[in-house]
Design a protein around this ligand. Sequence first.
Ligand code: TPP
Ligand code: MG
Length: 893
Amino acid sequence: MEREGTRDQASADPLDVEMREWLDSLDYVIGQGGPERVSDLLQLLQRRAAQFGIHLPYACNTPYVNSITRARQPSFPGNREIERRIKSVIRWNAMAMVVRANRLVDGIGGHISTYASAATLYEIGFNHFFRGRDHPDGADQVYFQGHAAPGIYARAFLEGRLDAAALENFRRELAPGGGLSSYPHPWLMPDFWEFPTVSMGLGPIMAIYQARFNRYLEDRGLVERTGRVWCFVGDGETDEPEALGAISLAAREKLDNLIFVVNCNLQRLDGPVRGNGKIIQELERVFRGAGWSVIKVIWGDSWDPLLERDHDGALVRRMDEAVDGDFQKYTVAGGAHIREHFFGTHPRLRRLVDHLTDEELSKLRRGGHDPEKVFAAYQAAVDQRDAPTVVLAKTVKGYGLGEAGEGKNITHQQKKLNEEELREFRTRFGIPIADEDVGRAPFYRPPDDSREMVYLRARREALGGWVPARLVAELPAVRPPADDLFAEFHGGSDGREASTTMVFVRMLAKLLRAEDLGRLIVPIVPDEARTFGMEALFRQVGIYSHVGQRYEPVDSGALLHYREATDGQILEEGITEAGSISSFIAAGTAYATHGVPTLPFFVFYSMFGFQRVGDFIWAAGDMRCRGFLMGATAGRTTLAGEGLQHQDGHSLLLAHAHPRVVAYDPAYAYELAVLVSAGIERMVARGEDVMYYITLTNEPYAMPPMPEGAAEGIVHGMHCLRRSALAADRRVSLLGSGALVREALAAAELLEDDHGVAADVWSVTSYQQLFRDALSVTRWNLLHPGADRRVPYVSACLPDADVPVVAVGDYTATLAYAIARWVPGGLTALGTDGFGRSDSREALRDHFEVDARHVVLAALEGLAGRGRVAPRDVEAAIRRLGIDAERPDPSER
Ligand SMILES: Cc1ncc(C[n+]2csc(CCOP(=O)(O)OP(=O)(O)O)c2C)c(N)n1
Ligand SMILES: [Mg+2]
């Protein structure tokens, strides 16, 4: 700074002369040698300086100007005027959609200002880049910013894909004839939206793994060619850890099929994203540091002449110096303010804009609103090789809303424009709506044969069809696995001990070899393959790596060495559940996005599943994702030793609420086999949009053979394991789940041997499925009072109100209590409420009061309640079982 001051005062300073000479030399090389030569020379100088111990300060930032100078901008291939008119009409309809919806139903919501800021970013994409399904080079996959949806609908309206009635019912999906969903929801609009993005941060990471999965499909020969992945992100959204959390993967994998466009309108919901700093510079640092190509689109063309006259760099310095809070203010405060506060800080700067009026100053456009600058950026992005690209585009939030909100802090939630504001909007964008009509905010579509409509259709045709569009093409027939694949698991283990995890790994290995289906299976693990004993698969099918294996693994001599291969099948994601579930989603939706029905099996620590990435699983349901979520090391007391943060006693409770998740807690190999087989049948053969969540445990025990006819009950949620042969009038039914089935069986023996109580034992594989069935039957009965009563499956299994029912499981008691309403005599549930802790299984089951002794106690107590056992006998049993009745409640410890 001081040096600059000195230069101003004395132009004959020898230092100045020296500087001039250096700059002249540089100009010469730029003129003669081109950019590569310049870059080589600068690097040479830098290395030379380093030899003398001189290091440049570390900088990941370039000056606050466009990455692509005017001189390097490609010529614009489109018709600027027609594209502007199309965009204006879309702007109007997008705004009108929200305004009309809120007039009809006050408070129905919707967003105007986000799309208003992003219209050029999208329209350049639609007119020049986004490839549809018919494009010979493969369709692009576009992740739209969720709350920019009105703009995307408004374009589809012009395209003739949505009619005015649909727009009229924006956010009123239950209106007659249906309506448009608030945000991109494939579940609700399965022909239109592909990617749900409105839970912020999920879109960006899903897009990264989508781009990587596309490479996987190509490398494994499952798809010949895939298109590009475009992800539109809000600048505020980048605060979400998921949004930036995987960007280094994208660079490491050299995903040049991936383009992020960050709409830097400098605002989020409440106010500025970085009032005291600069979001574009911050993101530039982060992305460059991670190895991305970064293209900044900051200034529109009206700034170019000013920058070209900025010989001493004063303007660029001022651009660097002003913070985002200032830039937001310039949008709102007008030309005189900009002259005074931005250019007025230095006499030379002020002189630079002497020839411009205040109005002209206020119209100096930002780069993200300049079609040619945006086009240049996208062109550079698609031309980029070996790295992903992020386009950082500076825009104005609520662009065009004027007094109604442009750049204001309230703009995010602006949903209502008065007549005056509508008129201004109409005039600013030249929409042919008469003064007397404008107050109604009618939708407007140019005549079909107008130049705009002809142009718009021609562009989409040239680019291969509509975007977004979700299509489920006729899928190739996939032969189901042969029956004998599962047969071995039905037969039991002959007394040999195995855990359900071990059984599953064996099943997976066999499935991977299955004809047809095998190659479609995508095993996914977040660095836990060894934990689950899956390392044999490394050799069998290999770990996917685009570059293969460039090193000799340390364990190369071992049979099960760490084998990476370009056609490897396993996605070994490293320690990222968010990344793994993103891969799961890409694989589980490939049937729709690529017409390839890949079937993912994501195996993870059950504790780090629904709890950690539940929002992704919710989005996966919305996306109609298919696949298996395998929650290994499940059960609060079954995973011994690992303690409070690992022991999962509630993932089934979380899974319970996911509409498209079918959740199971199997105990035995044959149950697992029946469930996996049923899941494959539903997802692959019948094409149902469901995901299976299946818990796996690491407790080894002998696997019994499958009882005759058990399969149906296993799928419905419960089947009988043991019918008591005891002819006693005191009977109980014991329900066990997962590994705790064995506690129920042990309790049955104790009850019979010590108390003369006949005990039937059921394995409940899914409280969720029992609950859903009962709920649906109850609803039907409610709506059909005159008809014969239907009976829920669980009530049919447990019909006798006189027989106490005790449920024991390794999950919170809520799970079993969910069905209590349909168990005629009610039930007592023993569960594992409270934090887990490290100890042996035996100690933990005692602690949580879910071992066989506590099941016996609950059964006796149930009989006592029915007058079948005397209370003092229950007290005696407590003593005999060694239960301390006064110890603290485990759910609070
Ligand atoms: C996970 C999550 N948290 C909060 C929200 C609510 N929300 C919707 S839009 C928004 C602000 C978005 O700001 P930005 O990302 O900058 O997008 P802009 O509208 O400015 O383009 C917020 C907080 C959400 N949709 N998802
Ligand atoms: Mg923003």
